[in-house]
Ligand binder design. Structure first.
Ligand code: ARG
Length: 494
């Protein structure tokens, strides 16, 4: 035991040096409950782990952020044990007081990770023992780290989902604001990144509002399924103590306790669903990022990103690079990787808990952090960007983008079959090309030389601003429809 403790101290010292000065002041970090090779399960072992074992096994640097959830969970568990007569009042009070102190110590940076203790749960339990003595050992009655970690992690993800929802809403609000200012600003609509038909900028921005609205829906669905409490499932089989799982479930804000103890400690669906929702949301962000990159290029010049969201080049003085937009495009790779990574970790795991599952936290923490920064950066760019209406309007005139309008007119007004109309308009486009002219610059008699029944009304429709307002179908790009969509979006999302 002496040998082992010396070794612990030595290793603690080693990691100690790597930590920042501010944290190194801590004295609480190096202390260990003196009960054998490991303070929590030393009884069965005569030797401590090899330092390589500690390195591969330790998750405390990653899961330290779960301290708040872990303490919340332990407090709820202690109250329930007391309520059920499993824990006496004096021990419960000591436990709650000790946990409150630990929370303060962590928040003040006084208590820092001890790497000889595998994870946040063991760090907290060890510290509690040092503060209150043997009563600390009663907290782990009728629970295991398996149900404990699942519960902590669910609470953390639930908060992260709620934060994402607020950040998504803020981004939607920025998009809606710009869409309102530009409900009638013409912009080319593209397919294959070739000018297709003119739309309004408001309509275009509102399409992202829809995407982010579905993302919020997905997070919300994941949250609903997640919100069942695993605490009390213990290691895998449940417990012989007369616990009240409804009580802990309620006090931790869950809808109900989980129904199967084996599933409760094996399940990481909730993490995967959240990661899938992050990945999909990030893929939407990547499309927005790509469009901002394209729109802000000199060649397009549709927008100018503000100085606060642009970077210069160390060699080319003229450059304004859209780095934030590129990064919200690029970071999609990493969060998709996080999702695929955890999906593969979980594949083929026999029931119930397996240590592989400790790999669940980094992808979640990284993905939500990444998503948050991307959502805020996207909102910032949208809020701040200068919109060049003239460049957008000019671009709608390229590529005969109103040719379909004329074909539709021939069908609508003259009852010509669409295929025939398509053919006539194709000829008109060819004529415009040969004259190096825009469709509406052809004279009425030019048009009539191909389709004699064409009138002045058809000629007008070739102008983008007029063509846009013919798209009156529900969800279409006419200014009236866009204004309706705006009203609805505000009600649905803000
Ligand atoms: N650090 C572990 C994790 O995050 C906690 C659960 C450990 N359970 C166990 N049976 N070893 O997954």
């Amino acid at each position: 035991i002496m040998e082992d403790n010396k070794k612990h101290k030595k290793q603690t010292k080693r990691t100690y040096k790597k930590r920042p000065k501010k944290l190194a002041k801590s004295s609480t970090q190096s202390e260990l409950k003196d009960t054998g090779s490991n303070p929590l399960w030393g009884g069965r072992f005569s030797k401590g782990p090899s330092s390589i074992m500690e390195d591969i096994n330790s998750s405390v640097d990653v899961d330290w952020v779960l301290y708040e959830e872990d303490i919340e969970c332990s407090k709820a568990h202690a109250e329930m044990l007391y309520n059920q007569g499993i824990l006496n009042n004096s021990d419960k009070k000591k436990i709650i007081k000790g946990l409150n102190q630990i929370q303060r110590e962590i928040e003040d940076g006084e208590l820092t990770p001890n790497h000889t203790l595998e994870d946040i749960h063991m760090n907290i339990e060890n510290r509690l023992f040092l503060l209150i003595g043997d009563a600390a050992g009663r907290l782990h009655t009728a629970r295991s780290r398996n149900d404990q970690v699942a519960t902590d992690f669910k609470i953390w993800i639930r908060k992260a989902i709620d934060q994402s929802d607020r950040e998504l809403q803020a981004l939607q609000s920025a998009l809606i604001k710009r869409a309102e200012q530009h409900s009638d600003t013409p912009i080319p609509g593209f397919t294959h990144l070739q000018g297709a038909q003119p739309v309004t900028l408001g309509h275009h921005l509102l399409s992202y509002v829809e995407m982010f609205g579905r993302d919020r829906g997905r997070f919300n669905d994941a949250r609903k399924r997640l919100n069942e409490c695993p605490l009390g499932s213990a290691a895998l089989a449940g417990t012989s103590f007369p616990i009240d799982r409804k009580m802990t479930s309620e006090s931790l804000g869950f809808d109900r306790p989980t129904r199967n103890s084996l599933d409760s400690v094996s399940d990481r669906d909730f993490a995967l669903e959240a990661l899938a929702a992050v990945a999909l949301c990030s893929s939407h962000l990547s499309r927005l990022g790509e469009e901002l990159v394209i729109w802000s290029s000199n060649q397009f010049g549709f927008i100018r990103l503000s100085d606060s969201f642009s970077t210069g080049s160390s060699i080319m003085p003229q450059k304004r690079n859209p780095d934030a937009a590129e990064l919200i495009r690029g970071k999609n790779g990493r969060v998709t990787g996080n999702f695929v990574g955890l999906l593969n970790t979980m594949k083929g795991l026999s029931l119930a808990y397996a240590k592989d599952m400790q790999e669940d936290k980094e992808p979640i923490f990284d993905s939500f952090k990444t998503l948050s920064i991307c959502l805020r950066a996207a909102g910032g760019m949208i809020n701040d960007m200068t919109i060049n209406k003239e460049a957008m309007a000019e671009a709608t005139k390229e590529g005969h983008s109103t040719a379909t309008e004329l074909a539709d007119w021939l069908v609508r007004e003259l009852n010509i079959p669409f295929r025939n109309a398509h053919e006539s308009v194709g000829k008109i486009v060819k004529m415009a090309d040969s004259k190096d002219s825009r469709l509406w610059d052809l004279s009425l008699s030019d048009l009539q030389s191909i389709q004699p029944k064409i009138t002045k009304a058809a000629h007008d429709i070739l102008k983008p601003e007029i063509a846009i307002n013919t798209k009156t179908s529900y969800g279409g790009t006419s200014v009236k429809q866009v204004k309706l969509q705006l009203r609805q979006a505000k009600k649905r999302f803000l």
